[in-house]
Every structure is written in C-alpha cells, then in structure tokens.
Design a protein around this ligand. Sequence first.
Ligand code: NDP
Length: 247
Amino acid sequence: MTLGGKTAVVTGGGRGIGRTVSLRLAEMGCLVYVNYMSRSEAAEETVLQIRNRGGKGQIIQFDVADFNQTQGAFKEIISRSGSIDVLINNAGITRDGLVARMKESDWDSVLDTNLKGAFCCAKAAVKPMMKNRWGRIVNIGSIVGFSGNAGQVNYAAAKAGLIGLTKSLAREFASRHITVNCVAPGYVVTEMTDRLDDSVKEKMLGEIPMGTLGTPADIAAAVAYLVSEEAGYVTGQTIHVNGGMYM
Ligand code: NDP
C-alpha cells in the first residue's frame, strides 16, 4: 500500500491518534501536513519523527472550526505542494457533562470542532482532488455516534453528524474517484481518554469483548487501508475499530 508523491493533511496530527496516522501516511510515501491548534511542540515532534524515519512532513497551524482560516491554510498547502490528495479529519475535542448541566458553549465548541471542522476542511480539499480526479477523505468518528453516551450529548451528536456528512460527500464525489469514509474508534488510549475517572475506564474495559483498550496504531491501520489504492471501490462506509464493544 504505497502513496508515493501524494500530499496528505491530518488535522490534529500532533498527538494521539493523529500523530500515529501522520506517521503511517508518511511511511506510505505521503508528504504529510501535520495540523495543530495550539500545541506546536507536539506537531513539531510528529514531524521530527516522520523525518527521522526518512519521510516528509510539515507543520501547519489552523483552527478547523474557523472557516476563513481553513480555506486560507488549504490554499497555502496547495500553493506549496501543488495538490492535496488525502485528508484525514481527525481533530476533535470533548466537553462532557449531563445535559442538565451542559453549557451552550460546550455544545457549540464540540459541534464546531468535531463536525463543522470536517465540513470546512473537506470543502477546501475537494477542489484539488476534483481537478486530479483522485482523492481520499477519512473522517474519524466514534463508537458513541452510533451507541449514544450519557454525558456526551454534544460529542455523540457531532460524531453521528459526521456519518451523514461522510455519506453525502461520498455520493457527491464518487464519480470523480474521490472516496469518503469514516473510521469509528472505540476506546483508544490517548490524552482524550487519560482524563476520564478510573471508575469510568474500568467500566468501559468491562464492556470490551476483547478485554483490552485500543491503540492509535489500530486506528491508523484502518485509515491506511481506506486511503490506499486497494480501497478505491469503498466509499460512504464506516469501519468500526473497537474490540467488539459495539457490533
Ligand atoms: P487528543 O485529545 O489526543 O488530540 C486531539 C487533537 O485534536 C490534538 O492534536 C489537537 O490539537 C487537535 N485539535 C483540537 N481542536 C482543534 C481545532 N479546533 N483545530 C485543529 N486541531 C484541533 O485526541 P485523540 O487522539 O484521542 O482523538 C483523535 C480523534 O479520534 C478525535 O476526533 C476523537 O474524537 C476521536 N476518537 C477518539 C477516541 C479515543 O478513545 N481516544 C475514541 C473515539 C474517537 P493541539 O495538539 O494543538 O491541541
């Protein structure tokens, strides 16, 4: 599965799942633009690791939820690299709380980053993809977009929305050989899940038939398949990577 000469953008590529996805795409031959919001040192470390392994990477700062910033950043990438072939909409945040206590700002920020962010980036990325008549977009969803989760009404709604966005984009661009798919992780060890209470972590572990937590590499493997040439006839789909937690 090689993608030599292609340019990829990974939103939130500085750490967690995004870092491992960035490393995997660079191994496949992509020049990877590692996006970050505020933690430049994490994105720089990802690019350093890419280069140490003989790959090509660049950092790029933008807020996925800001329409003007994303359009400007993607124009900049196209002018520097000539194209964008692969987009991984990975950036995501949580602002958990039961609905009775959830603030309007918690709803807005999660919907803006996790759902509007994917719209902003996809809108900017499909232009060069249409020109090349080739493209790959992978949206990182979540198990809770399918199952729902008490305390995550904002996050679950955003992730469920990503499925509708994925399928609609897939239909719009299939004839141009641009595939749009989703990877829905279960419970993966990253900073996002580190901050959960131990009791919550233990309960989740008990719900995973495989009895172990997922790793960023498990998610990156599914992404690598979906962006490959071999997956050219797969579009509008979701690959669930969750150890059997949701079937
Ligand atoms: P992390 O919290 O470890 O990392 C989140 C990343 O998103 C960071 O790189 C952060 O950038 C970036 N980010 C956040 N907001 C923005 C923004 N507005 N613009 C640009 N970048 C932004 O998360 P994970 O690696 O755990 O999660 C990655 C994706 O996987 C998310 O979409 C998440 O919802 C999804 N997921 C994760 C699961 C898990 O168990 N971990 C389970 C299911 C889904 P910066 O470093 O600059 O802050």
